[in-house]
Ligand binder design. Sequence first.
Ligand SMILES: Nc1ncnc2c1ncn2[C@@H]1O[C@H](COP(=O)(O)OP(=O)(O)OP(=O)(O)O)[C@@H](O)[C@H]1O
Length: 476
Amino acid sequence: MSEPNKKSLPIVLVDDEETVLFSSKILLKTADVSPVVTMTDGRNLLEFLEEHGAAVVVLDLVMPHTPGTELLPRIKERFPEVPVIVMTANLEIEIAVQCMKDGAFDYLVKPAENSRFISCVKRAMELRSLRREVGTLKHYLLEDSLQDTEAFAPIITKSRKMRAVFQYVEAIAPSSEPVLIIGETGVGKELLAQAVHSVSHRSGQLVALNVAGLDDNMFSDTLFGHRKGAFTGANDNREGMIAAAAGGSLFLDEIGDLKESSQVKLLRLLQERKYYPLGSDGYMKTDARIICATNRDLKGLMAEKSFRSDLYFRLSSHQVRIPPLRERKEDIPLLTARFLEEAAHAMGKPVPIPPPELFHLLNTYGFPGNVRELRAIAFDAVARHQSGVLSLERFRESVFATGTPEESDAMQEEDNPFKRMSAKLPTLREAEVLLIEEALERSQGNKSVAATLLGVSRQTLNYRLQQLKKGNGGRE
Ligand SMILES: Nc1ncnc2c1ncn2[C@@H]1O[C@H](COP(=O)(O)OP(=O)(O)OP(=O)(O)O)[C@@H](O)[C@H]1O
């Protein structure tokens, strides 16, 4: 059966006794299980499932028109993904065995104990949601397609790795479990968090909070809000961000920097879906989906005991890693073109033409600041540009000569290859050969780019190459 949409699928109760239906519906509602649809006649069931689908079917076995024993095999044949719980007043072990053979999820004897009934329905719902997720994942992996391209439109990419990320995000969209987005700084985690929210079509809004640097009180107050008089200066009730995210998503950025005392509170929120505003004895409930992101190594932080492992495991039910830009270089031209255009519009200049060798040059670079760094480089180049074709030299300066002071120091101390040489230094000629070879390799043989990397003109590089070929290393 095709999934009709991503809304919550109903729990369908089928029983000829209206009173049983009524009390079961109320019972499920009080346990937060909804939506519930009831039917007194099993003859309409298959048609209903065809049209609306179901999370779970609870089926009475003894009914006048179509007994549950007849319906069960037909449901399993046409809708194998829907778990069916069968109920009967008679405890007949042979019927139970037959139902389980026919694919029933579980078997309950009427009148079923309330807690057993609820837990059975909840387990069946979990199974259904897993089947739904696996089904969607399979569909994406086989079809390589996205249903909601709009949601991902702000993320510019043609990388297969990113496409796989989108497919995964779409597959987990209906789930209400948290999502953890990891990746280096500037890879686009916040953009992806927005896409996770858009693709899940929740009715509420996306509310974002950067938790780095928040002490525990600030974290609790910002997230959970407070009641009037909770502390000095709390003159009014204030709603927290979690309330603003009702029906939507809460994005917690820099989660690796969350203080340990706040980690406990977040864990409780995730587990119980409840929170206490500061100064309140009564709890509030939330249905907001939690999306977290970090560029820190959470496993490393767990090993150092600065990030709780129970929180990590709770957060990472759905984990998404965004690859760094150097692992998807095919995105560099697209992103550069977009950023040059954006920069030109922002600065009221005509969109500049990138020089043909630009992408070779950019491909040689590792982009530690990822897309954010590329964006900054493009904006800087446009700011300094006058007209026509952009100067490759401008990019070279941005890319290779704008290391931070710390980076320059590190270069002197650690990365200077000569410092590590215990034996004799290479001669100038040897060093020149090595440098030229390395530049040509990095630029994949493109001489203009190699020359730019070496800080000389193409003519000079050609001249040096000719001299080296002749074997005189440039001696006149
Ligand atoms: N694929 C992309 N297409 C367009 N813009 C992008 C893309 N990826 C990132 N950006 C832009 O790069 C900048 C950084 O992205 P973002 O803030 O999402 O990164 P981040 O991974 O959350 O970084 P940090 O870890 O430092 O918070 C933003 O201006 C964002 O719009």
